[in-house]
Ligand binder design. Structure first.
Ligand code: 3IX
Length: 211
């Protein structure tokens, strides 16, 4: 593991800090391109079988870049990744990219696509990556419902058919039933008319100050 650490976080205020100031300016005007190049790098790395010469070249280049990035690390509340709501998956490259077309009392509708680096096996998406997308968009449906922050208590994914890579897919999540702080969230992932996966999940609204 790298010993590079993000900057020390500011005092903990609980939850995901829903009062977080959102800015689409963080990371500057080329942050989207920066993000995309990193995702493209991961796509290439997933499939590349480099010569040793190329591996050594890449190691030197990446070490140099990582040293430069070390000078610009900030805490999780101010990093653009996760808060750039103008970018796919809020600019968080650890999430499968998605674009939201609707988010309200009827739930969240998004187009999600799995990239080459989300490969599970035999040309289709890794099931864990499908779960990551459901967790984030299920969390969003519950967050919209309570106008606050929720944490996943359980997330059951039913894999109904294979999930293709490099294909725009429709993900829908909605709070099916609310019982106090408990949000029972349902969701589906479709490739056109074909159901790839669905979920049964529980998200719990955090109490004020709760981590
Ligand atoms: C990130 C945002 C950045 C801002 C960007 C801008 C805009 C975005 C807008 C919105 C946000 C968008 C997306 C959201 C993003 C991501 C979502 C991902 C969420 C996660 O990925 S988060 C990580 C994984 N998650 C955990 O790490 C949780 C670990 N865990 C705990 O932290 C506690 O466990 C907790 C808090 C869950 C509950 O604890 P607690 O003490 O508050 O409550 P308690 O235990 O009393 O449970 C209350 C009632 O729920 C029942 N209950 C509980 N658990 C159950 C279970 N498993 N099965 C069945 N019932 C269960 C009890 O039985 C009781 O039921 P009853 O009241 O009827 O008795």
């Amino acid at each position: 593991m790298s010993d590079s650490q993000p900057a020390a976080s500011t005092a903990h205020e609980g939850g995901f800090r829903p009062d977080l100031a959102i800015s689409t300016k963080r990371g500057g005007p080329h942050y989207a391109d920066f993000n995309e190049e990193v995702r493209t790098l991961m796509d290439k790395v997933r499939y590349a079988c480099p010569s040793d010469e190329l591996a050594l070249d890449a190691i030197a280049t990446l070490r140099d870049l990582n040293a430069k990035l070390d000078e610009y690390l900030v805490d999780e509340w101010t990093t653009p990744a996760g808060t750039r709501v103008d970018l796919p998956a809020r600019g968080n490259i650890t999430l499968p990219p998605y674009e939201i077309s609707a988010a309200g009392p009827d739930g969240v509708v998004a187009t999600v696509w799995f990239r080459p680096y989300h490969l599970g096996g035999n040309g289709v998406a890794h099931g864990g990556q499908v779960a990551v997308a459901f967790d984030d968009l299920g969390g969003m449906a519950s967050a919209v419902a309570v106008n606050g922050v929720c944490r996943t208590a359980f997330l059951k994914v039913n894999y109904r058919s294979l999930t293709p890579l490099n294909t725009p897919l429709q993900m829908r999540t909605r709070v099916d039933r609310r019982d106090g702080r408990k949000m029972f969230v349902a969701g589906t992932l479709h490739d056109g008319d074909r159901l790839c996966a669905d979920i049964e999940s529980l998200f719990i609204e955090l109490k004020p100050g709760q981590a």
